[in-house]
Design a protein around this ligand. Structure first.
Ligand SMILES: Cc1cc2nc3c(=O)[nH]c(=O)nc-3n(C[C@H](O)[C@H](O)[C@H](O)COP(=O)(O)O)c2cc1C
Length: 330
């Protein structure tokens, strides 16, 4: 099992949803960076469950305990470790998942790969709860980026295929909840204030770096940069972003490439969209198998789960992008 993302920064996530704790170690941060704990908590609160009728009713304090790497509110330069104790655990909700895997979740693949040694409760190490420590690492990077004039902001583009007002999207979530089902959606993230020239070609471009960490967020099933797939329907003359001089700075008239050319930032806003699939755990009955008996089975998930992951994934996407971008700046 590898849960370490490694570049200039090295981020390791550990823990299980219904185990003792989840946490992270972030290595490679420079010394002397101030951490605004209030702002960090605000980011974590946006991710936490129990806040809206469509998020999991599982409420956790989501207040990290810092074990190393910080002194007097500043980074020491040593590996920074933060843990979240899991208070609100109910392993019994998930006792049967080892035998009867939820369609769409990682129960089946974890069983195949780890042969019953994995912790299946609440998805174990595959749980969305692992994004709490991801948000600590990303939250610190967001703060450092802000001091360099770089902002990272994610917004919901659509939910359940509906891209209208927040009210219309909320109606989609309500409809899914009523039907004991779930919905997914699309998140757009814009990084502003980036200098031109960040990133490398071929395998180490900004697309590669961002995608590799964004796919560490469970339920992410797609990512596109700029106008992505829609750009395939345009002519080159429509798609290309014409350059012009704005004072001494080269800018582009449009930003279909999402601020990246050849893996390297152009200085235009870096824009990417992420596809978040519908939450796998649903109360509606679904076909599955019993891996012990070899028989067909049905499953209805009555544990606590999100009707829609998208609102809680917003800060996770910002955090993931911030880690990749700050790493590239280092
Ligand atoms: C913030 C967050 C919350 C999540 N909550 C749930 C949940 O309540 N129930 C569930 O089945 N999956 C939830 N997931 C998604 C699963 O963890 C994920 O679909 C599963 O691990 C399989 O991985 P994959 O979808 O990336 O293939 C959540 C993901 C995130 C990011």
């Amino acid at each position: 099992m590898s849960s370490t993302w490694k570049n200039r920064l090295s981020l390791s996530l550990f823990g299980e949803s219904h185990g003792k704790a989840v946490g992270m170690t972030l290595d490679g941060l420079p010394a002397g960076e101030i951490v605004d704990f209030e702002a960090l908590q605000a980011l974590l609160d946006r991710r936490a469950g129990g806040k809206t009728p469509y998020a999991t009713p599982r409420k956790e304090a989501d207040i990290p305990e810092y074990l190393s790497g910080l002194k007097d509110g500043k980074t020491t330069g040593a590996p920074l470790t933060a843990v979240f104790q899991n208070g609100n655990i109910r392993p019994s909700d998930y006792a049967s998942l080892r035998d009867i895997p939820r369609p769409g979740h990682a129960d089946f693949t974890a069983e195949v790969k780890y042969g019953g040694h994995q912790d299946p409760s609440g998805g174990g190490h595959f749980s969305g709860r692992l994004t709490a420590p991801l948000c600590v690492a990303g939250g610190i990077c967001l703060q450092i980026l802000a001091r360099h004039g770089i902002t990272v902001e994610a917004r919901i583009v659509s939910i359940g295929g509906v891209s209208g007002s927040m009210e219309e999207m909320t109606t989609e979530m309500a409809r899914a909840k009523e039907a004991k089902d779930s919905v997914g959606g699309v998140i757009e993230c814009v990084v502003s204030g980036l200098p031109a020239g960040l990133g490398d070609p071929i395998f180490d471009g900004m697309e590669n770096r961002i995608a590799s960490i964004v796919f560490g967020i469970p339920a992410v099933k797609g990512i596109e940069f700029g106008i992505g797939f829609a750009g395939t329907a345009l002519l080159g003359s429509e798609y290309n972003d014409p350059f012009y001089f704005d004072g001494g700075t080269v800018k582009a008239r449009t930003n279909n490439n999402g601020g990246i050319l050849g893996g390297i930032t152009t200085g235009m806003p870096l824009v990417f969209r992420t596809a978040i699939k519908p939450t796998p755990s649903i109360e509606k009955s679904q076909e599955t198998v019993n891996l012990r008996t070899g028989e067909s089975a049905t499953i209805e998930t009555h544990g606590r789960h999100d009707v829609c992951i998208v609102p809680r994934a917003l800060p996770c996407i910002e955090a993931a992008a911030a880690i990749a971008i700050y790493d590239a700046m280092l």
